[in-house]
Design a protein around this ligand. Structure first.
Ligand code: ADP
Length: 220
């Protein structure tokens, strides 16, 4: 069960930070939003539980926020890499339990992991990849890269596969992918059996080698 008493703090109210903070608040969690910019703080004051103006690269300001008491702190400072890294470092020093930090690129991400961020996210890269896969194939609904070699993809069943059972389609041998679920209207079939026939309008969820997934995306 979800713990609605979990408290979140989001630092940096740019596009990513505001979207994370609002989403958590709408899900029913307590959310503290922090930004150095007074104007941004004012604008966001109605959207979450508390909004505070503070420079989080200042240790005393962070302490004053009682940041240690939050279960998860999201560092959503984007452009200013130095402020992003320094904030993450201070949060770690102060003993914050779970730090999620936004990275601009791989190197920045590595640095955040070294410092002790528990989770590093790459919103721009992830969204870029999703849009790219969706542009290549209109069948692609969702794309998530798990590692450079491994991805999960959600595809509207290509015409060539309709009417075949999973065993007949033999996707594991052909593309090195596994169908982990089929979404059919309101129903989700997990895991689908080998004799399950692919129907028109089915949404197939695959996990597998990125190379194989790319070939699958090209099916009409
Ligand atoms: P995005 O790319 O998600 O839109 P931005 O980099 O534009 O993110 O926004 C980051 C936010 O972080 C800005 O509102 C900025 O005022 C805030 N910010 C930058 N440095 C600090 C800091 N030291 N302390 C608190 N907030 C900061």
């Amino acid at each position: 069960m979800k713990n609605k008493h979990k408290q979140f703090a989001v630092i940096g109210l740019g596009r990513f930070g505001t979207s994370v903070a609002s989403a958590l608040y709408k899900l029913g969690y307590e959310v503290l939003a922090v930004d150095a910019d007074e104007e941004r703080v004012q604008k966001f004051s109605e959207e979450v539980t508390h909004v505070v103006q503070a420079d989080t690269t200042d240790e005393n300001s962070l302490k004053a926020l009682g940041i240690r008491n939050f279960d998860v702190v999201v560092v959503a400072i984007g452009e200013d890499v130095q402020a992003n890294v320094l904030t993450t470092l201070l949060l770690k020093d102060l003993g914050v339990k779970h730090i999620v930090a936004k990275a601009r690129n791989e190197l920045h991400g590595k640095m955040l992991t070294k410092i002790g961020a528990d989770r590093v996210v790459y919103p721009e890269r992830d969204m870029g990849q999703r849009v790219a896969h969706n542009l290549v194939s209109t069948n692609v609904l969702e794309y998530i890269e798990l590692s450079p070699d491994l991805s999960i993809v959600e595809i509207t069943s290509p015409r060539t596969l309709i009417g075949q059972s999973l065993a007949e389609a033999n996707l594991r041998a052909k593309y090195e992918v596994n169908v982990v679920a089929i979404k059919r209207d309101e129903e989700v079939i997990v895991p689908p059996q080998p004799n399950e026939k692919i129907k028109d309008g089915d949404v197939l969820i695959f996990v597998g080698q990125t190379k194989g997934i790319q070939k699958l995306e090209e099916l009409e």
